[in-house]
Design a protein around this ligand. Structure first.
Ligand code: HEM
Length: 512
C-alpha cells in the first residue's frame, strides 16, 4: 500500500483574441452613425469616474448607448427572435478589457442560452447551449466559417493552418492529422514529456528545499513552450533555463495581437508596432528554418506510418492546469497523488500507464470544464440559417459560442460550479464532445476541432504525474487571483501577487 501527502492543480489556457470589426451585411445606417460620432474608446471606458451613470462627467454618449443601439436594431425589423442583452458600460469595459467570458455568463443567466450582444459597432449572437453549439460547429464549411478570428489573426499567422479557410485549410488538415499518430505520441511520452517535466522539477527543487514561493503559471507556460518546441520541431528552445529571443518574440507578437491595433500605415512609425513587426519576422524566420530542417529529416528517414496508428480525430483530451485554490480541489489532488503513487510506485510513467491514471485524468478534464482554455469560439454565418431553438441567423452574422457558459451552465451540469472529477465516470470513456452531446467541448467539435487534443492530454497527464511524484504544492494564502483574456487566458495580478505556491518535496512512503 502507498501513502502520500498532497497538494493541487487546475488549467492554463490559450485562445484567440477578439477584435471588433464592422459587419457589412447588417445595420449599416447605425454603423456610419457610430463611425462619425465621437464615441468613447474602450480604454477610456475602464477609467471612468461615472461608469454607467447619468452620463454627466464628460461622456460623449449615453452610458446605455449599447442597449439603446441594440434595441433600435431589433426595432428595425429584426425577426430573429433572439433576445437582446441590456449591456451597460461597465459590462463592456469588462468584456473588452478584462475577462471577456464573465459578463457573457452574467447575461446568460439573465437572457437565456442564446442572446444578442451589441459590442460597439458590431453585434454578436452569444450561444451557451450545447445543441446550438453542436449545430454551428458541425456546420463548418457548409453554413459557417471562422470569420473574425481569421481576420484578426492574419497579422500573426498569415494564412496558417489554424486560421486558414476553404481548400487551403482542407489540404493542411489532411497533411497534419497523420503526423499526430499514436506511435509519435507514445515516443513523445518518454523522450519529451517526461524529460521536460523532470527538467522543471529540477528547477523547482531548490524552492522546495528553501521553502521559497514560486509563480507556477509562469513555469507551466515555459514547460509548454519547451514541450511543443522539442516535440513538434525537434528544436530545443530551453525556455526553462535561458532567455530565448524566439520566446520573447512570441510573447511580444501575442500581446500585440491581443491589443489589436494594427493599422498598416502605422507599422513603420509607432515603436510598439515596429517591435511587433520585428517579432513576427523572427518567428517566421525561425519557423521556416524549422520546417526546412523537418523536411530534411522526413526525406532522409522516409518513414511510413500505418493507417491504424493514426490518432482518431474524434477522441478527446486536454493540456494542462494550475494549482487549485479550494479545499475540495486540494483533496481531489491528494487523491490523484495517491493514485499516482499506487499505480507507478515511483517509476516514470509510460504511455500504457496513462490508462490506469483514471482519477488524475478526470481531474484534468474537470479543470478544463471549469476553465476552458479558449472560453469562446467564433464563427460567421455564410448563409441565412435557423438555429435549434428556432432563432434566425442572417448571412454574415457573427456567433460567439461561449464554452465557458456551456461548461458552467446550471441547465447543463449538476453542481456546475463545483470541482467534481468523479462527475466523469472513471470506468467510462474519457469525455468528449460526442459522448457528452456537446456539453463538454474544451477542444471544440466538428470539422475544426483541435488536432492536438491527444497530445495535450498526454502532456498534461505526464507532467502532472511527475510533479506529484516529486513535489507537494501549497498555495500562498491571501492572493487575489483573477482571470483576464489575451491571446491566451492569463491570471491577473501575477508578478506581484497571485499564483505563488510554496513547494515541498514529496516523499513516497511505501508501506509493506
Ligand atoms: C489544452 C490544450 C489545447 C486546447 C484547449 C486546444 C483547443 C483548441 C480548440 C478549441 C480549437 C478549435 C478552435 C475552433 O473551433 O475555432 C483548436 C484548434 C487547433 N489546435 Fe488545439 N488546443 C490545445 C492544444 C493543442 C496542441 C498541443 C496542438 C498541436 C500539437 C494543437 C493544435 C491545434 C490546431 C492545428 C488547431 C486548428 C485545427 C483546424 O483549424 O482544423 N492544439 N485547439
Amino acid at each position: 500500500m502507498v501513502a502520500s501527502s498532497a497538494s493541487v492543480f487546475l488549467p492554463l489556457y490559450l485562445y484567440p483574441s477578439l477584435r471588433r470589426n464592422p459587419n457589412p451585411h447588417r445595420h449599416s445606417p447605425f454603423l456610419s452613425r457610430i463611425k462619425s460620432s465621437r464615441l468613447i474608446t474602450v480604454s477610456s471606458l475602464g477609467n471612468s469616474g461615472d461608469p454607467g451613470g447619468s452620463g454627466s462627467g464628460g461622456w460623449w454618449v449615453s452610458p446605455n448607448w449599447l442597449s439603446s443601439l441594440a434595441r433600435s436594431l431589433s426595432a428595425q425589423g429584426d425577426d430573429s427572435g433572439i433576445p437582446v442583452a441590456n449591456a451597460r458600460l461597465e459590462d463592456v469595459s469588462d468584456l473588452l478589457g478584462r475577462a471577456l467570458f464573465l459578463p457573457l455568463y452574467k447575461w446568460m443567466l439573465e437572457y437565456g442560452p442564446v442572446y444578442r450582444l451589441a459590442a460597439g459597432p458590431r453585434d454578436f449572437v452569444i450561444v451557451s447551449d450545447p445543441a446550438t453549439a453542436k449545430h454551428v460547429l458541425q456546420s463548418y464549411g457548409s453554413k459557417y466559417a471562422k470569420g473574425l478570428v481569421s481576420e484578426v489573426s492574419q497579422f500573426l499567422f498569415g494564412s496558417g493552418f489554424a486560421i486558414a479557410e476553404g481548400q487551403l485549410w482542407t489540404v493542411r488538415r489532411r497533411a497534419v492529422l497523420p503526423s499526430l499518430h499514436i506511435k509519435f505520441l507514445s515516443v513523445m511520452v518518454n523522450k519529451v514529456f517526461c524529460r521536460c517535466a523532470l527538467r522543471l522539477v529540477e528547477k523547482l527543487r531548490p524552492y522546495a528545499i528553501n521553502g521559497a514561493s514560486v509563480n507556477m503559471e509562469e513555469k507551466f507556460s515555459q514547460l509548454t513552450l519547451d514541450v511543443i518546441d522539442l516535440s513538434l520541431f525537434n528544436y530545443n528552445f530551453d525556455s526553462l533555463t535561458s532567455d530565448s529571443p524566439v520566446i520573447d518574440a512570441v510573447y511580444t507578437a501575442l500581446t500585440f495581437c491581443h491589443t489589436g491595433r494594427h493599422v498598416d500605415l502605422l507599422r513603420k512609425i509607432i515603436p510598439r508596432q515596429i517591435k511587433a513587426e520585428k517579432a513576427v519576422t523572427i518567428i517566421r524566420e525561425t519557423v521556416e528554418e524549422l520546417i526546412a530542417k523537418c523536411k530534411e529529416i522526413v526525406d532522409a528517414e522516409g518513414e511510413q506510418i500505418n493507417g491504424e496508428d493514426y490518432v482518431n480525430d474524434s477522441d478527446p483530451s486536454i493540456l494542462r492546469f494550475l494549482l487549485a485554490t479550494r479545499d475540495e480541489d486540494s483533496s481531489a489532488l491528494a487523491k490523484a497523488q495517491e493514485e499516482v503513487d499506487n499505480v507507478l510506485g515511483g517509476k516514470f510513467p509510460t504511455y500504457d500507464d496513462v490508462k490506469e491514471l483514471k482519477y488524475l485524468t478526470r481531474c484534468i478534464h474537470e479543470s478544463m470544464r471549469l476553465y476552458p482554455h479558449p472560453p469562446v469560439l467564433i464563427r460567421r454565418a455564410l448563409v441565412a440559417d435557423v438555429l435549434p431553438r428556432n432563432f434566425k441567423i442572417n448571412a454574415g452574422e457573427d456567433i460567439m459560442i461561449s464554452v465557458y457558459n456551456i461548461h458552467r451552465s446550471p441547465e447543463v451540469w449538476d453542481g456546475a460550479e463545483d470541482f467534481m472529477p468523479e462527475r466523469f465516470d472513471l470506468e467510462g470513456p474519457v469525455p468528449n464532445e460526442t459522448n457528452t452531446n456537446f456539453r463538454f467541448i474544451p477542444f471544440s467539435g466538428g470539422p475544426r476541432k483541435c488536432v492536438g487534443d491527444q497530445f495535450a492530454l498526454l502532456e498534461a497527464i505526464i507532467a502532472l504525474t511527475i510533479f506529484l511524484q516529486n513535489l507537494n504544492f501549497e498555495l500562498v494564502p491571501d492572493q487575489k487571483i483573477g482571470m483576464t483574456t489575451g491571446a491566451t487566458i492569463h491570471a491577473t495580478n501575477v508578478g506581484f501577487f497571485g499564483h505563488y505556491y510554496k513547494l515541498f518535496l514529496h516523499f513516497l512512503n511505501l508501506i509493506a
